[in-house]
Design a protein around this ligand. Structure first.
Ligand code: ING
Length: 311
């Protein structure tokens, strides 16, 4: 029995600063309904899907950002998604800013099964950007100010007939992210991203080269770990001069982009993902047990920064 999941990458257009949770969730629900109408098994929503990407704002008092966080999940705003999922037997993954009862702040993604049960939670490990206001930047990227690094590692879960994992945005640029999940047999990595089209520091990277980096990262992660990768953007202009790239896509275990977004708006990118197509590479080129030489990999976990040889 082939294990085919029809997956919808639910790319989201911009969330504006004044958009209410209710207005935003209505858009997500509309996409979930459309995905159900297209017989999808699973809908993947993006990073901070419920709010504008608020790390572009600076506040002396970090607590000023707390209204952008969710204290409970599900909650009144997101309950319509869970209710529709449960009534219509469709799974979903959702990214949001999490404020725990202990007062800890994480950039979080959850995995919800077809009975609307939260079966998995991931908290973003690789926080890009900076913690203090930097005048030299055209716009701020203050994830290190408002979030803690994730404390859950890179777990995977057996659900919907496969082995699934999640990561978030900048995590997709780091091979360690996929490899830790690959070492757990992951067959589908779901991730959302809110990635500015321009570098806040200027420099040479154009929107074109940044889109190349975006896709390259996911294609490499997919191929080198023989897994499907679903990458979902929040796209478009969330504020004047603050543009997020689109390019949502579904990548197969051979690293091929098999479906991708055409717009920078709310858009479903749908593909039938046969999880069994992971097997060939997992049993040949990337048979980790047969080929990896861990005795030589020590520096990957013993070192943080690079130490070039002396001049
Ligand atoms: N955004 C960006 C990302 O990693 C970034 C930040 C962009 C870092 C380009 C490096 C280069 O896609 C988030 N939210 O992580």
């Amino acid at each position: 029995m082939p294990r085919v999941l029809r997956i919808a990458a639910a790319q989201q257009g911009p969330n504006l600063e004044n958009d209410s949770r209710q207005v935003i969730v209505a858009r997500l629900l509309e996409m979930m309904k459309q995905a159900k109408a297209d017989n999808c098994d699973l809908v993947v929503f993006t990073e901070t899907a419920l709010t504008t990407f608020f790390p572009r704002f600076y506040a002396d008092d970090r607590a000023e950002m707390d209204p952008w966080f969710e204290r409970d999940m599900p909650n009144d705003a997101t309950r319509p998604l869970f209710d529709f999922a449960s009534e219509n037997k469709i799974g979903f993954s959702l990214g949001y800013a999490e404020l725990t009862p202990e007062g800890r702040h994480f950039n979080t993604q959850i995995l919800v099964d077809k009975d609307a049960k939260i079966v998995g939670k991931y908290r973003k490990v690789h926080l890009p950007g900076h913690a203090e206001y930097e005048d030299r930047r055209a716009f701020q990227h203050l994830e290190k100010r408002y979030f803690e690094p994730g404390d859950l590692g890179f777990p995977v879960w057996r659900t919907m007939g496969g082995v699934m994992g999640m990561c978030i945005c900048n995590d997709r640029r780091w091979p360690e992210t996929y490899r830790v999940m690959g070492l757990q047999g992951v067959e589908l990595v779901m991730l959302g991203y809110n990635t500015p089209s321009l570098n806040g520091l200027g420099g040479t990277d154009t929107p074109e080269i940044r889109m190349h980096h975006n896709h390259l990262s996911m294609q490499a992660g997919a191929y080198q770990n023989a897994t499907w990768v679903v990458g979902v953007a929040k796209a478009g202009e969330e504020a004047p001069g603050y543009h997020l790239m689109g390019g949502s896509c579904i990548v197969d275990p051979d690293g091929r982009i098999v479906a991708r977004a055409e717009t920078e708006d709310d858009e479903l990118v749908i593909h039938d993902c046969d999880l069994d197509t992971c097997k060939f590479l997992k049993q040949s080129t990337f048979d980790f047990a047969a080929h990896r030489r861990t005795e030589h990999y020590g520096p990957i976990v013993e070192q943080t920064g690079a130490t070039p040889p002396p001049e």
